[in-house]
Design a protein around this ligand. Structure first.
Ligand code: ATP
Ligand code: MG
Length: 397
């Protein structure tokens, strides 16, 4: 029997004049995500996206699972559509939700009527369906205050829909309504979470990874590509720019005071990332920096690193505790890959006593020994671009 998913829109509903544009984008995103699961009709009415399988071949469970990672959806439910009369509604509830109801101790019915021509009010619908259900399931009592299970009835324009409790959606705003940004993706716990958080605000994501072969291994690179792939479950496809960083790191090591190694290196990362970002239409950079976590993440160090670029630098984790970050990493499924033990290039030439309170003047002075622009151009001349999307399951690792 036919099922339709109802995806409820979150903040989009508040967006006034932009609402149409936001809705169109969400519909397009849902359509794209549903493609691999068969033929689905996707349409929006009354702040709800309807996802309707068109034939028996559709992979309904796969599609349902995928709907949970679409930004812009605040909650979702699987529903059974039926004709708009009380007999048909009761029958649909009974057939579709009867078994779930029998597993509960108590229940209530909650109704919504957006079709105001329907002859009963919401309260009358709930009372009548509730009464009939109580008769049909004498072991489950009615409890309108604190029920174990709630039956929902929605009488909408084209049909009535019955469903059980909704599940939480991915929240946020539809991918693409907030522009595009480039994340500096290391192999750590933080940067994939940072990418996810900005993606959640409707931003398309591209990534850059700095790679120091032979100091860091092919496995370290594969790990980062895999992390990017895991983030695309939410963000949609992205391109990972792999930048060879060995020459820059060796040149810094050979020419600059050790206490500034990390800072100078990070300023190179920022400047190269900005150049790639501008080429790829990105309006901001994203990092996983977190105040006070390591020497290069003091306020003074962040000022020095940030001064290397003009684009806004988003640091969504800046005020979070590690535990909070780890909770999100587990939720989005990046944690296990992040803790695989491969070296990141940041740990290759780590100074014993890094400057925690640098000034920009000191760092600019330390950089004078370098031909920065030539090094940057050289690094940019051999960027490898790897396209990733969640369902390229043959990917690495
Ligand atoms: P993460 O867990 O994301 O690795 P971290 O706590 O280890 O972060 P750092 O190593 O100081 O912190 O790096 C700070 C930020 O710089 C990272 O979150 C990431 O955005 C960026 N970054 C660090 N190393 C790389 C790299 N090899 N390639 C790209 N970006 C990097
Ligand atoms: Mg790191």
């Amino acid at each position: 029997m036919k099922e339709i998913f109802l995806l409820k829109l979150g903040e989009i509903v508040l967006k006034g004049a932009n609402k149409r544009q936001f809705e169109a984008r969400l519909r397009q995103n849902v359509r794209r995500r549903m493609k691999r699961f068969g033929n689905f009709d996707v349409y929006i009415m009354q702040s709800t996206v309807y996802v309707e399988p068109k034939d028996e071949e559709a992979d309904v469970d796969g599609a349902w699972e995928a709907c949970h990672s679409i930004f812009g959806v605040v909650s979702l439910c699987r529903s059974r559509p039926c004709e708009k009369n009380m007999g048909a509604i009761f029958e649909a509830v009974e057939n579709y939700l009867g078994e779930d109801l029998d597993c509960a101790k108590s229940f209530k019915v909650e109704s919504k009527r957006s079709d105001k021509a329907f002859p009963l009010t919401s309260i009358q619908i709930s009372q009548e369906i509730g009464g009939r259900l109580a008769d049909a399931h004498p072991s489950v009592r009615v409890d309108v205050r604190n029920p174990d299970y709630t039956v929902f009835v929605e009488v909408r324009d084209f049909a009535a829909y019955v469903h059980g409790p909704a599940e939480p959606g991915a929240g946020g705003l539809p991918t693409g309504v907030g522009g595009r940004a480039m994340v500096l993706l290391s192999g750590g716990i933080d940067s994939p979470v940072a990418a996810y958080m900005i993606a959640k605000r409707g931003v398309e994501i591209e990534a850059v990874h700095f790679f120091s072969y032979p100091y860091t291994s092919q496995l370290a690179k594969d790990k980062v590509v895999e992390l990017a792939r895991l983030v695309t479950r939410y963000s949609g496809r992205m391109t990972v720019n792999i930048v060879s960083f060995t020459e820059i790191q060796e040149t810094i090591r050979d020419n600059c005071p050790e206490e500034y190694f990390t800072l100078i290196m990070r300023r190179f990362m920022m400047e190269i990332s900005q150049k790639l970002a501008l080429r790829d239409g990105c309006g901001a950079l994203i990092t996983g920096e977190n105040l006070g976590q390591v020497a290069s993440q003091t306020m003074e160090a962040m000022a020095v690193t940030g001064a290397a670029v003009d684009l806004p630098v988003f640091m969504p984790l800046v005020g979070m505790d590690k535990e909070e970050i780890v909770t999100i990493a587990r939720k989005i499924g990046t944690m296990e890959t992040s803790i695989l033990p491969y070296e990141d290039c940041c740990t290759v030439f780590t100074p014993k006593h890094p400057k925690t309170k640098p000034t920009l003047g000191q760092v600019l002075h330390a950089e004078q020994a370098l031909d920065r622009q030539t090094l940057i151009e050289h690094a940019l001349s051999s960027v490898e671009k790897i396209k990733v999307s969640y369902h390229d399951d043959e990917s690495v690792l």
